[in-house]
Ligand binder design. Structure first.
Ligand code: AMP
Length: 361
């Protein structure tokens, strides 16, 4: 789109975003001198992930506009604030209690019943910092192991499936959602996204409506994702809000007229939002480090590359570690079921080849 990008990161030089940027600045978020140098070079600032210290964003906002609004990022980077925000806005979510001691945890478990799940209030994603409680645990030990001052206990949700809505909201309040998509997790990490979700049209419409309410209540600007549980009776509960382009929106790169990253750029630079239409169903498969032959040896990608309607995306991360998101591929097909079947077949073939090379099976 012709923009020149400056990346500010506390990671080492050569980070994935830095590889694409005009300038990469590597400094701590507390480094005021580096921050001053950064804001002098840019017209507008956006955040690529939510765990950026609120103080840094607040200081940057004094010099240049920041989208999404730091206040929205601050709410969504912490589960306690996020849950309280949802409750305050009247948006349905799993019942929860905030806990700050083993005694509070015991009381919360007694009130919410079993099973339930204890999550850290801050810095949690992909099931990290979570513990499902089913009964018989030593709650003193559970609390000590969590090792943080505050946690959130959630009632267990017996969901039928998980969906998300990725959407963009402009500086003028225009709200442009992508389709409601279905997410299949393995070990708490997103494995497949099916676009569109295999749910009734009224469920998709209700999910989009909840995402709109979340975006408006946050006075959001940019691309965001709202993850939801679909219960067996079709009821929706919001699980999490991501204040950024989201893993479950990566399929938009290959399947939609305008993708989630372009929407983010349009929103933060004050341009009109693009057409989110998706002419053809798609399935996205996450590629975790587990598929790599070694930390630095790529798989044989031919099962993806030789498919006529599959696209491979690699993020340029230097080391492949188990569970680390290294890339993804998207398969397009006339129906979402066909895309899903072909995507699974490609993934199985990748795993089979890995097993042959690495373990000699
Ligand atoms: P989270 O990091 O909170 O999004 O949780 C990761 C995954 O754990 C979710 O996508 C669900 O599959 C599962 N999970 C989290 N919270 C609950 C809950 N309250 N009830 C049932 N499953 C949950």
């Amino acid at each position: 789109m012709g923009f020149r990008v400056v990346v500010f990161t506390d990671e080492a030089p050569g980070c994935p975003a830095g590889q694409e940027a005009e300038v990469e600045m590597n400094a701590g978020y507390g480094d005021a001198e580096a921050r001053a140098k950064f804001v002098k070079q840019v017209d507008v600032v956006t955040a690529e992930f939510e765990n950026i210290p609120a103080a840094f964003l607040a200081a940057v906002e004094k010099a240049v506009p920041v989208f999404p609004p730091p206040a929205a990022i601050e709410i969504t980077q912490n589960r306690e604030r996020e849950k309280n925000f949802l409750r305050g806005a009247g948006i349905p979510c799993a019942e929860f209690r905030v806990v700050d001691s083993a005694a509070a945890l015991e009381a919360a478990v007694a009130e919410l019943g079993l099973p339930c799940v204890l999550k850290t209030a801050a810095f949690g994603y992909d099931g990290k910092g979570q513990r499902k409680l089913t009964g018989g645990e030593d709650l003193e030990e559970v609390w000590t192991t969590l090792g943080v001052p505050r946690g959130v206990v959630e009632a267990w949700v017996p969901f039928q499936c998980e969906v998300s809505v990725v959407a963009a909201r402009g500086q003028d309040g225009q709200f442009v959602p992508f389709a409601c998509v279905e997410n299949i997790h393995t070990h708490h990490i997103l494995d497949f996204t099916l676009a569109p979700a295999r749910v009734p049209a009224q469920t998709s419409a209700a999910a989009v409506d909840l995402a709109r309410r979340v975006a408006e209540a946050l006075n959001y600007v940019g691309t965001m994702a709202v993850e939801l549980f679909v219960l067996h009776d079709g009821t929706l509960l919001v699980n999490e809000i991501a204040p950024r382009p989201h893993n479950s929106g990566h399929y938009t790169i290959d399947a939609c007229e305008t993708n989630q990253f372009e929407q983010q750029l349009r929103a933060v630079t004050g341009m009109p939002l693009g057409n989110p239409a998706q002419p053809v169903p798609a399935v996205m498969v996450n590629l975790l480090g587990d598929v790599w032959y070694t930390e630095v040896n790529h798989p044989d990608w031919s099962p993806v590359l030789s498919h006529p309607r599959a696209n491979l995306h690699l993020y340029g991360k230097k080391k492949a570690l188990p569970g680390r998101k290294m890339g993804h591929f998207t398969v397009l097909a006339p129906t979402v079921e066909q895309a899903f079947a072909e995507a699974r077949a490609i993934k199985e073939e990748l795993l089979l080849r890995r097993a042959t090379v690495v373990t000699g099976v």
